[in-house]
Ligand binder design. Structure first.
Ligand SMILES: [Zn+2]
Length: 337
C-alpha cells in the first residue's frame, strides 16, 4: 500500500506540473483529491489493513495529501497570475494621446461667431439665419433699395438669374423676421454673405451679424447702450465708442461706429492706422419706410439696426492682418488660435 501511495503521489505531481491552465489543474485535482478521487479510493482500502497498521498508513496518506495540496496551491497561483497577465495583454487599450491624430478645434471664425451669438442671446436677442440664396425683394427692395438706387453699386452682387441672387447682406433676414414677428422684437441674424469683390482686403465670401430691435420709444441712446456693452465685452472695459454720421438706405439717421484702439489705447498704431480708433460697424434708426413695408406702424414703433463683419471682429480680437488668411485653411495658421 505504501508503494501505491508513492506511485499516486508521483503521478499526481507529474500531472500537476503538466497542467497548462487553471481548468486543466482543477481536473487533476478532482481526479486525485476529489470525493471519489484516487486518494479517497485508497483510503477506503484501509479497512482491509490490520488495526495496528491503520494509524501508520493514515499518517502516510495524510502526509501525501498535504504535500499534493500545497503543490496544487502553488501551481494554481502561478497559473492564475500568468492567465491574468495574458488576458490583460490581450485586452490592452492604449488610452494615451494619439499624437498622430490630433483632436481638432473650432475655426477662429466659428469660435468668434459663437461668442458673438452667445453675447446677444444673453441680452435676450432671438437668432434667425435666413437663406443664403435670396430674392431681390428681401435683399434690396424691402430694405429701401429700389432698382436704380445708387446704393446697389456699393454692393457688387452675384445675380443668379431673374430676381434671385446670393445675399449681399444679412439684413435680408430682418425683413423675413419682421414679416412673422411683431414688436416688441429683438433679433440677430448671423451668416455668410457674398459680394463680387476679391482683392487683398476683400473676400467674395464673408460673414455678417445684423441686429434689430423694434419697440415703442427706441432711440439712438438704446443703440449706443447695446453697442457700448458689446464693445466693452469684446475689446475690454476701457473701450470707448464713438458715432460718426453716415448713410445707409435702410436706416435714418445712420452712423458708422468706431471703438477706441485696444492695442495703443488711442495713441495710434499699425492696427488703427495711427488714428486711435477702429471702425467696427454700421448702424442707425430703422428707416420708417422699412417698418411700413413690414406692416409695422412707424408712428407707434421705432427701432435700431446694426451690422458688422464677423471676420473683421475676429481679425481685431486675434490681431490677424488680413481677411484672406481666414479662408486659406492653412493648418499652420489655424493652429495658432
Ligand atoms: Zn491703435
Amino acid at each position: 500500500m505504501e508503494e501505491k501511495i508513492a506511485k499516486l503521489t508521483e503521478n499526481c505531481t507529474a500531472e500537476i506540473s503538466a497542467a497548462d491552465s487553471e481548468s486543466a489543474l482543477y481536473a487533476v485535482r478532482v481526479k486525485y483529491l476529489g470525493k471519489s478521487g484516487l486518494i479517497s479510493e485508497l483510503m477506503k482500502g484501509m479497512r482491509e489493513l490490520s488495526p495496528e497498521m491503520r494509524p501508520l498508513m493514515g499518517k502516510i496518506v495524510n502526509e501525501a495529501r498535504g504535500k499534493l495540496e500545497s503543490l496544487f496551491a502553488e501551481k494554481g497561483k502561478a497559473l492564475h497570475e500568468s492567465e491574468l497577465a495574458a488576458r490583460l495583454a490581450a485586452e490592452k487599450i492604449d488610452i494615451t494621446i494619439d499624437k498622430a491624430h490630433p483632436v481638432g478645434k473650432l475655426h477662429p471664425l466659428s469660435a468668434v461667431r459663437k461668442r458673438l451669438v452667445d453675447f446677444f442671446v444673453s441680452m435676450g436677442f432671438d437668432v434667425m439665419e435666413g437663406p443664403e440664396v435670396e430674392t431681390d425683394y428681401y435683399n434690396f427692395e424691402a430694405l429701401n433699395v429700389p432698382k436704380d438706387h445708387p446704393a446697389r453699386d456699393m454692393q457688387d452682387t452675384f445675380f443668379i438669374g431673374g430676381n434671385t441672387l446670393l445675399r449681399s447682406q444679412t439684413s435680408a433676414a430682418q425683413i423675413r423676421y419682421m414679416e412673422n414677428h411683431k414688436p416688441p422684437l429683438k433679433m440677430i441674424s448671423p451668416g455668410r454673405v457674398f459680394r463680387n469683390d476679391d482683392d487683398a482686403t476683400h473676400s467674395p465670401v464673408f460673414h455678417q451679424l445684423e441686429g434689430l430691435v423694434v419697440d415703442k420709444g427706441i432711440t439712438m441712446c438704446d443703440l449706443k447702450g447695446i453697442l457700448e456693452s458689446f464693445a466693452k465685452h469684446f475689446f475690454g472695459q476701457e473701450t470707448k465708442v464713438r458715432f460718426r454720421p453716415s448713410y445707409f438706405p435702410f436706416t435714418e439717421p445712420s452712423v458708422e461706429v468706431d471703438v477706441s484702439c485696444a492695442i495703443c489705447h488711442g495713441k495710434g498704431c499699425r492696427i488703427c492706422k495711427g488714428t486711435g480708433w477702429i471702425e467696427i460697424l454700421g448702424a442707425g434708426i430703422v428707416n420708417r419706410k422699412v417698418l411700413r413695408t413690414c406692416d409695422i406702424d412707424p408712428d407707434e414703433y421705432t427701432g435700431f439696426a446694426f451690422g458688422f463683419g464677423i471676420d473683421r471682429i475676429a481679425n481685431i480680437i486675434h490681431g490677424i492682418p488680413h481677411i484672406k488668411l481666414l479662408y486659406e485653411n492653412d493648418i499652420r495658421f489655424l493652429k495658432q488660435f
